[in-house]
Write a protein that binds this ligand. Structure first.
Ligand code: XMP
Length: 504
């Protein structure tokens, strides 16, 4: 594997992503991870990430003692390169001007750039630069502003790049990282087939004859986990899907159709009446969320007792949830129980989290191989509280029914026009606003529906999607014609921040 030591760059995760796309397994550890921790990963190469610090900062982060003495290739990126250079006896200075954005390499060569041809656009973001080379090192790339843009010492196998090869703005960066993998001698067998075999073997080793409980949400992670566990432990798995009555049109049937034929021991629980009763008359968004969370745990607990006892609880936790990164070190930063925080002590399960080392797109690839239909596999995220937080104010069956039909027209339309995959998330909202309209010769006084679509990488910030006007016009027509309770359709043109993606 390749170990990536994180010194706080916002791009560190991308380095791991690129390596995995290249078929190599990599792990991110805190920059200060002790040598023993790093050795557990059998590192064949080490990457020192970028970071916000200057090597002159009093508390400039550094690798633990002994790490740089390992006889494996080391690649320093940005801050990582400056650290390598300084530590080997070179000099680093605050550059006259900050270099930020795209730069053309005026020359490049050496092992890191082997086989790369033509222009090389490098994405820069730095204010310190290496000004004097350490002994044994050579400059292997330059830009007009930065004479020392990449360095290497082929004897000690130490390499450094001032730019960020991991971002898309460095189009040939993937080739460079591939070269580093070759220098490390890493085998590129991190493919989805290989991962599936390993995950199944790991689950079987962990679970043995034990019984496993899994909550199915209908999203890609839990559905894929259901398929994987069915392969690994068969009937020892009980997958519980709670229909809380806040699902989208046809969603329950879709989940059942996706999982039952592939051998998942799926139990669908109709808890619609309980949820509706608990939510009756509640209009405050936070109250609604709390009630849904509480009712979910209550229902899940009841089913667990009914079908139990279980030894294990499976969760679809992904790598981004568990990364030990520079931001906050150690266990405090790891959240494992984020879905089941409220289960009582006597339902103490051991956790099975086979996807702990995977990124979302790797899960999607596994899902494809396990036969999950594309409609589920490529689905946008859908919040646990479901349509309740898109039906503003107190919910009723009637309002949910209206919202379901609007949402279905919008989402089906996005698919029909080939726009679905270009959005990170799309949703319809039923507002409590009533306004006057005219249909045929009649005055109407009906509800306003809002449509929202966003693009985002991480759902922490988002832009509203610039959907074509013609498409929005078609959606508006279809909605008012087919859903008689709606006489006005608006499109949400607010980013996050200041708005959130969901309306409640
Ligand atoms: P907001 O509205 O905070 O949403 O911008 C960000 C992302 O999180 C999803 N979301 C939730 N997912 N349980 C979930 O599982 C929740 O309570 C919840 N609230 C919001 C939302 O759909 C979006 O993808």
């Amino acid at each position: 594997s390749v170990v990536i030591l994180d010194f706080g760059s916002q791009f560190t995760r991308l380095i791991a992503r690129r390596f995995r796309e290249l078929g190599a397994y990599s792990v991110i550890l805190p920059g200060s991870a002790p040598l023993e921790r790093i050795m557990q990963e059998n590192p064949q190469g080490i990457v020192l990430s970028g970071g916000p610090s200057s090597v002159y900062d009093e508390n400039a982060p550094k690798p633990a003692p002994g790490v740089l003495d390992l006889d494996v290739p080391v690649l320093g990126v940005c801050y990582g390169m400056q650290f390598l250079a300084q530590q080997a006896g070179g000099d680093v200075k605050r550059a006259g001007k900050r270099e930020y954005g795209k730069a053309d390499l005026t020359s490049y060569g050496g092992q890191l750039f082997a086989g790369i041809q033509g222009e090389f656009v490098a994405w820069m973001s730095h204010s310190d630069s290496v000004t004097a080379l350490p002994e044994g090192y050579e400059v292997v790339a330059q830009t007009a502003d930065t004479p020392v843009t990449a360095i290497e010492n082929t004897v000690t196998r130490r390499y450094g790049v001032q730019f960020h090869p991991e971002v898309v703005h460095t189009p040939k960066g993937g080739q460079l990282l591939g070269n580093f993998l070759d220098i490390c001698g890493v085998t590129r067998d991190w493919t989805a087939e290989h991962i599936i075999d390993e995950l199944i073997a790991d689950v079987q080793a962990q679970v043995g004859d034990g019984r496993v409980l899994l909550a199915i949400s209908g999203g890609v992670d839990s559905s894929t986990l259901g398929l994987l566990l069915a392969r690994a432990v068969g009937e020892k798995l009980t997958a519980v899907f709670i229909d809380h009555g806040l699902l989208r049109l046809g969603e329950r049937e879709q989940v059942e159709a996706a999982l039952l034929p592939l051998g998942v021991n799926l139990v669908t629980v109709d808890a619609r009446a309980e949820f509706m009763a608990a939510l009756n008359g509640v209009s405050d968004p936070e109250q609604k969320r709390k009630i849904i969370g509480r009712e979910f745990i209550r229902a899940f607990e009841r089913e667990a007792r009914k079908y139990g006892p279980f030894d294990f609880l499976a969760q679809g936790t992904l790598y981004p949830d568990v990364i030990e990164s520079a931001g906050g070190e150690g266990a405090a930063n790891i959240k494992s129980h984020h879905n089941v925080g409220g289960l009582p002590d006597d339902l103490a399960f051991k956790l099975v989290e086979p996807f702990r080392t995977l990124f979302k797109d790797e899960v999607r690839e596994i899902a494809r191989l396990l036969g999950l239909p594309d409609a589920v596999r490529m689905r946008h995220p859908f919040p646990g509280p479901g349509l309740a937080i898109r039906c503003l104010g107190a919910i009723t069956e009637e309002k949910l029914d209206i919202l379901r039909r609007v949402d279905d027209i919008f989402i089906s339309g996005l698919r029909e026009f080939g726009l679905y995959d270009g959005c990170s998330q799309a949703l319809a909202i039923l507002t409590p606003i009533q306004s006057v309209g005219v249909m045929g010769d009649e005055r109407t006084y009906s509800f306003t529906a809002a449509l929202r679509a966003v693009t985002t990488d991480d759902f922490m910030t988002a832009e509203w999607a610039r959907l074509p006007y013609d498409f929005l016009a078609t959606m508006s027509n279809r909605i008012v014609n087919q859903v008689h309770e709606i006489n006005r359709v608006v499109y949400d043109i607010t980013g996050k921040p200041p708005a959130t993606i969901e309306w409640e």
